[in-house]
Design a protein around this ligand. Sequence first.
Ligand code: FDA
Length: 311
Amino acid sequence: MIDALSKASFHALARSRTLKRLASRYGLAHPNSFARRFIAGETLEEAIAAVRAVEARGLAITLDYLGESVSTLEEAAAAAREYVRMLDVIVAAGITRNVSLKLTQLGLDVDRDRCLQNLRLIVERAQGHGCFVRIDMENSPYVAVTLEIFETLWLDGFTNVGVVLQSALHRSEPDLRRVNALGARVRLVKGAYTEPADIAWQRRADVDAAYLRLMERLLREGTFPALATHDPAIIAAAQAFAAKHGIARTAFEFQMLYGIRRDLQTALAADGYGMRVYIPFGREWFPYYMRRLGERPANVAFVLRGILSER
Ligand code: FDA
């Protein structure tokens, strides 16, 4: 049954507004909530406590205030205000100065210009604080506009902004050349979304092969590359490539998600590699959580066992 639940069905669930409402009301509050494994809490205070625990393991972090696909300008402006507040709190708390965000959280579906204005407010404050802002990459309809908005800010002098490219997409090769030529920082991921065959690799082996090709170019030509994956084969290939080409362990970083492969996170940091953990928090955690469940059937089995054991 679990195998029959495809990644695509989780993405459909992730878009359900009713489920999202119910989950936000009950999910994280429940002491045995499986979502807690992936989400650091609903409040910034809870997230900072989680950050401190991760940093105590010798790892860097990026903090993500969860939210996406907002449908009003008010919600978008509120998210931008929350990010600006968050930057001040991060500085006061003395934790790693690095945040991640999504453009549909800042109103990209409603008004592109207002989204850019919202993002500009955040990156200006971040620049003043010496803080880095990573723009997460959403599904394919948003890729071109996300890169265009990123480039607008970059050319305005905001070099504290970076982007994400997905190896699943055919277009990522030219996109990587373009971002490398600017000298901006790229996070390379496989891609979390279900995409059509005319624009994206469908077989896992093809997505992985594309990752390796892009990774080599990024390590050779990129600026402080971020290799975001939990895949041990890809991590080993990156280590071998860096060693062969004399690329220092601190000249790039690995990134992983909060709650996934903690053992590997700690081991890589202990070996002297840069290691950053992506720490999401906030009330709007449901779509993020559904994507994590869809990536691994074993996660669903774990959730179902938890639910059944409580009956
Ligand atoms: P893969 O899916 O092949 O997994 C390799 C191994 O990792 C698995 O065998 C398992 O052991 C472990 N693993 C992976 N996912 C797991 C899970 N959910 N639960 C438990 N174990 C799991 N995507 C995107 O489209 N835009 C973005 O901006 C980002 N940002 C981002 C930041 C960071 C820091 C990371 C690590 C990932 C992203 N992603 C992303 C998500 C990414 O595209 C991808 O969906 C996941 O990282 C899973 O792919 P892997 O590379 O880990 O490989």
